[in-house]
Design a protein around this ligand. Structure first.
Ligand SMILES: NC(=O)c1ccc[n+]([C@@H]2O[C@H](COP(=O)([O-])OP(=O)(O)OC[C@H]3O[C@@H](n4cnc5c(N)ncnc54)[C@H](O)[C@@H]3O)[C@@H](O)[C@H]2O)c1
Ligand SMILES: O=c1ccn([C@@H]2O[C@H](COP(=O)(O)OP(=O)(O)O[C@H]3O[C@H](CO)[C@@H](O)[C@H](O)[C@H]3O)[C@@H](O)[C@H]2O)c(=O)[nH]1
Length: 432
């Protein structure tokens, strides 16, 4: 099939590449000229495991192309995916200016029947707005489908190629049939393509992300309570997670959820509620608890240094909001770094992939190390904020020789408490 994908970020580029992988001819459109040039030159502009192999293979096979020209995209594709940003607006709602701007342009350019598929995360009722924006100018038939994306960064390729489910919101038989044909190769394992109306599809996405964010937040509160009463959240987590109704996943406490999705999506659903006369009290609590959790290590650090952080050398392992990505959007590390800089600390950070993005944001406000051990030179304490695999089994003796003081504040509970203490470290983690 002939596909156009508008927007080549984490979702659009993975979608375009994976759709090419099953034999479709894909043209990816982005407004960012530098990014398009980079992709045309065969370079993947983001760090996403396994994407490079598929990207290269499909470019070579002439199934994956790039352009900045929306009109070209519209001429090429029978199905037009919108994978555009829906960032948080000032009032917490999802900003639809990218989606509706492109919809407006599509209305002016459309010459024959197309299925416009919204893959961005958008509030209930957006497909009606997209329809209206296109219909304002269009002189031909078209359908708008809501097809929310559930991929996780770091696992995006696998999630796209082998999804647990695909949700298609459509009230058009013609568009639904096309979507089922397109996605058939991805559900050979028997996982379902779930067809529903557009509004339910739009809400499914927000409900899923908000539920997961609430699950993490609940565990973060349990972890905080464990510290008050002397329980061990790792044991509680395992005890809870073995109940199949609860499940083992997404029960890991830490320094709050971050990323480009959960924070903005929970706020957007909350705002959608208010706009429709419904106060999602649970989401209000999730938002507030998470904001506090992102800084949960700071009072512990202050207390360790007797409230005198000025001039302290702090090493930070991990800047990305989670491992296996270079994405730093809403990363807890950045919130902690801000607070520590404010208090007068010197920060030296190491992250396997995210340092260039942080450098662009923070410039020379912090130092960047070439290796995890270099970051520890003369450090008065280490903060672990992302659970990259390379941090899981460090050489503790080597760490002790380079640090000024063997002290670890672990926001991801990477180590066994007894082991690290036996190695001679002061070790503070979450809920243990
Ligand atoms: N990142 C994720 O893991 C993920 C997963 C599921 C859903 N989503 C949702 O998917 C959507 C896209 O997210 P993302 O993380 O891929 O965003 P992103 O910011 O990584 O990428 C968006 C891309 O759209 C391009 N763009 C902006 N305006 C454009 C225009 N007018 N024409 C063409 N291109 C334009 C930008 O240049 C950028 O390359 C959001 O709604 C997000 O909530 C994201
Ligand atoms: O037990 C856990 C699991 C996750 N997190 C944190 O939660 C955030 C989100 O993690 P994850 O869900 O793995 O990453 P995303 O790539 O943001 O993916 C989420 O957001 C995407 C965008 O909407 C959805 O498509 C995915 O299904 C959804 O998992 C990160 O800060 C994690 O550190 C925890 O603190 N504890």
């Amino acid at each position: 099939m002939k596909i156009a994908v508008i927007g080549t970020g984490y979702v659009g580029l993975v979608t375009g590449t994976c759709l090419a992988e099953t034999g479709n001819e894909v043209l990816c459109i982005d407004i960012d000229q530098d990014k398009v040039k980079q992709m045309q030159a065969g370079e993947v502009p983001i760090y996403e495991p396994h994407l490079d192999v598929l990207f290269e293979r499909n470019i070579k096979a002439n199934r994956l192309k790039f352009s900045t020209n929306l009109e070209e995209g519209l001429e090429h594709g029978d199905i037009i995916f919108l994978a555009l940003p829906t960032p948080e607006d000032e009032d917490g709602s999802a900003d639809l200016k990218y989606i509706l701007g492109v919809a407006d342009d599509i209305g002016k350019l459309i010459k024959d029947y197309k299925v416009i598929v919204d893959k961005s995360t958008v509030p209930v009722g957006t497909s009606d707005k997209v329809k209206a924006a296109i219909a304002k100018h269009a002189k031909v038939d078209f359908d708008v489908v809501s097809n929310p994306e559930f991929l996780r960064e770091g696992f995006a390729v696998d999630d796209f190629l082998k999804p647990e489910r695909i949700v298609v919101g459509s009230s058009s038989d013609r568009a639904t049939a096309l979507m089922q044909k397109l996605y058939k190769p991805y559900v050979r394992s028997g996982n379902p393509i779930i067809i529903m109306d557009e509004k339910s599809a739009e809400l499914t996405k927000y409900a899923s992300n908000s539920f997961l964010a609430a699950k993490i937040t609940f565990m973060n509160e349990i972890a905080n309570f464990c510290e008050k009463v002397g329980a061990d959240v790792d044991k509680v987590r395992i005890g809870m997670g073995t109940d199949s109704r609860i499940g083992k996943r997404f029960l890991f406490p830490g320094i709050g959820y971050g990323g480009s999705c959960f924070p903005k999506d929970v706020k957007a659903l909350h705002k959608s509620g208010l706009d429709n006369n419904y106060n999602f009290k649970i989401l209000d609590a999730v938002i507030n608890v998470n904001a506090r959790q992102k800084l949960v290590l700071i009072p512990k650090i202050e207390s360790h240094f007797n409230n005198d952080l000025k001039g302290k050398n702090i090493a930070v392992w991990g800047l990305a909001f989670k491992p296996e990505t270079d994405d730093i959007r809403e990363a807890p590390s950045l919130y902690m770094i801000d607070a520590l800089l404010e208090a007068g600390c010197n920060i030296t950070a190491f992250d396997p992939e995210a340092m260039p993005n942080v450098k662009r944001k923070l410039g020379d406000k912090i130092n960047f190390a070439d290796s995890m051990y270099d970051a520890l030179k003369n450090a008065d304490a280490l903060i672990i904020s992302t659970e990259w695999s390379i941090f899981r089994t460090p050489d503790f003796s080597k760490m002790k020789t380079v640090m000024s003081s063997p002290t670890i504040f672990d926001g991801r509970n990477l180590y066994d408490v007894k082991d690290v203490k036996n190695e001679g470290f002061k070790y503070v983690s979450i809920g243990r």
